[in-house]
Design a protein around this ligand. Structure first.
Ligand SMILES: Cc1cc2nc3c(=O)[nH]c(=O)nc-3n(C[C@H](O)[C@H](O)[C@H](O)COP(=O)(O)OP(=O)(O)OC[C@H]3O[C@@H](n4cnc5c(N)ncnc54)[C@H](O)[C@@H]3O)c2cc1C
Length: 347
């Protein structure tokens, strides 16, 4: 039996010949060599490294063929390959100076498919946006267990980092809620991995910053989606009270379903901005509040409930809020709203 390495002959293509050598590949998608400056940017807008080529894959085999092609160039080649999800990195992580960027959002297969049952899950392409995974899951009354706050990020992009939001205290980050991955390795092999199969690859790729393979499909754990949501924000000026309250909430047995804290610096008109989503508990006191330029800390929480369970939910919320030490006039609550309305107003 030959090892993969010994089967592969080394091609002699210099890095400067990359575009022409890529043209020899038979792909279902295509490679672009011009007008590719978009892939030299990211959300951070600080680093700009242009690749030589951008692959727009239509199939997993397009990615596999391209990586095999680069692998055959041998270890003397300095050519780099980077997967690009939605390009929301801040430090050029999805850029490949002079190399090849793979536009993961072009990969539409296998299409996102929800599996219902006792342990529901969704299979989604690596370049799919989380908002689309969520919307597809909602058609079956389901939702991913762990999200990001901002959902216009790709499955592969956040699974290469961690994927954190206000559900992480209960379920862990998104990388802890994946059953299985399909990955194209650095040699171009297409492999399936999980906690039982190709274990090193699985745990290497999850949170692996794109260094251990390209995620082409992920099997993501789902749960029943909430029907209704109450959404609350409270403000603190004292950091210790803020962190202690947050720790108390995340370790309580009966608590909120989403808990997240954030820092508010130099934001004028903050409360005005919240007006469309939140009502202050005490409008008069809230209107008189002046932060005097101080740093404030916000705890954001949601409680899910069924329409016929709103009384019990309100009691539970009141009990939890009574234990917190926020600025008394700085309690804001949304109208109870259906989950989909909450999503639309929040994302
Ligand atoms: C406005 C904004 C809001 C954010 N909100 C959150 C949040 O709520 N929670 C959170 O956890 N993070 C958040 N982030 C950070 C975000 O999760 C990371 O920046 C993430 O990497 C971006 O995903 P992306 O799809 O844009 O990936 P990209 O920036 O395109 O890629 C990120 C890294 O992953 C690699 N990669 C991309 N796709 C794949 C793939 N299929 N296989 C293997 N490697 C791949 C890239 O090569 C790169 O190294 C936010 C960032 C921004 C700018």
């Amino acid at each position: 039996m030959f090892s993969v390495l010994s089967c592969i002959t080394t091609m002699h293509v210099s890095d400067t010949d990359v575009p022409s050598s890529l043209k020899t590949l038979t792909l279902q998608g295509h490679c672009s060599f011009h007008d590719i400056s978009d892939t030299a940017k990211d959300f951070g807008n600080r680093f700009r490294f242009s690749p030589s080529a951008v692959l727009h894959p239509k199939s997993v085999t397009d990615i596999s063929a391209t990586i095999k092609h680069v692998f055959r160039m041998g270890s003397s080649s300095k050519l780099t390959v980077a997967a690009r999800g939605h390009g929301h990195s801040l430090q050029g992580q999805a850029q490949a100076p002079g190399g090849i960027v793979i536009q993961m959002q072009s990969l539409r297969e296998p299409e996102t498919r929800v599996h219902v049952g006792e342990f529901p899950y969704v299979d989604a392409p690596g370049g799919e946006l989380w908002i689309n995974v969520l919307l597809e899951s909602l058609k079956h009354g389901l939702a991913p267990k762990s999200w990001t706050d901002y959902l216009h990020l790709t499955v592969g992009g956040t699974l290469s980092n961690a994927g954190i939001s206000g559900q992480a205290f209960r379920y862990g980050p998104q990388i802890s809620n994946v059953h299985q991955l399909q990955v194209v390795t650095g040699k171009g092999e297409i492999m399936t991995c999980s906690a039982e199969e190709n274990v090193d690859l699985f745990y290497g790729v999850l949170g692996g910053l794109g260094q251990f393979g390209i995620i082409t499909r992920a099997r993501i754990a789902l749960e029943h989606a909430p029907k209704m949501v109450k959404w609350i924000r409270v403000l603190y000026s004292d950091f210790t009270s803020f962190t202690e309250d947050q720790e108390m909430l995340i370790s309580a047995a009966k608590t909120f379903d989403y808990i997240e804290g954030f820092v508010i610096i130099n934001r004028t008109g903050l409360l005005n901005n919240w007006r469309s989503s939140f009502n202050p508990q005490d409008p008069v006191q809230a209107s008189q509040f002046n932060s005097d330029g101080r740093i404030l800390f916000c705890l954001e929480m949601t409680k899910n409930f069924d329409p016929d369970g709103s009384d019990m939910m309100n009691q539970e919320v009141e009990t939890l809020l009574s234990k917190l030490r926020y600025i008394p006039s700085m309690l804001f609550q949304s109208e109870d709203r259906p989950f989909l309305h909450y999503l639309i107003s929040n994302y």
